[in-house]
Design a protein. Structure first.
Length: 205
């Protein structure tokens, strides 16, 4: 075993295996890495949240029915599921293929969707052109960015507190030290996730 930094006498160390987000660390090992130490941290956007965001933007019953048809098509491709999530890291999209395909199918014109259905998908070259990374999110089509942004906003609404509340807690040492061990760990998990989601908001604006 090799230490990545000096370890003072009597200092507690934590051992893990593999690259893990803070929510995984707390679940498996009972601790987290305070922000911004965990470069492998991630935030989830539930797949059904993207569907909900798309439905909110659909105008009329016909548009909603077509959107459901597109969702069913994505399910048939095994790109989405009722219990699944798109996983976003600080520097990469871990579910790149799934998120790219979902944004593409939900945002494409109706005529293009029919063609994709008839052709049973699209070629590898077209997939490469639409590859999704953190750095190229600002370059995505406006409709893609809007759907992703709306999905992030819906995801942030699922938290009981906002980012500023977490920042205030972390910056107030007197208050922070009064939190229990469990509360501090949970705070770090939420804060890391919200930072990733807010980064997405900036990239999609």
């Amino acid at each position: 075993m090799v230490a990545t930094q000096p370890i003072p006498t009597g200092h507690e160390i934590f051992n893990t295996y593999g690259k893990m987000a803070n929510w995984q660390l707390i679940h498996m090992y009972g601790f987290v890495e305070p922000y911004p130490d965990n470069t492998d941290d991630t935030a989830d956007i539930q797949m059904v949240t993207v569907r909900e965001a798309a439905l909110q933007g659909a105008k009329g019953e016909a548009a909603r029915l077509l959107l459901q048809e597109r969702w069913d098509y994505l399910c048939s491709l095994e790109m989405v599921g009722e219990e699944g999530a798109f996983v976003i890291g600080r520097e990469e999209v871990l579910t790149e293929e799934e998120l790219t395909t979902t944004l593409k199918v939900l945002c494409m014109p109706a005529e293009e969707f029919r063609e994709v259905q008839d052709q049973d998908g699209w070629g590898d070259e077209e997939r490469e052109e639409d590859s999704l990374t953190i750095t190229n999110i600002p370059k995505l089509k406006e409709s893609w960015r809007q759907l992703l942004r709306d999905s992030v906003l819906l995801t942030l609404q699922t938290y009981a507190t906002d980012l500023k509340t977490e920042q205030d807690l972390l910056s107030n040492e007197e208050v922070y030290t009064k939190l229990s061990w469990r509360e501090r760990q949970a705070l770090q998990v939420r804060y890391g996730q919200k930072m990733i989601l807010h980064q997405l908001l900036e990239l999609t604006s």
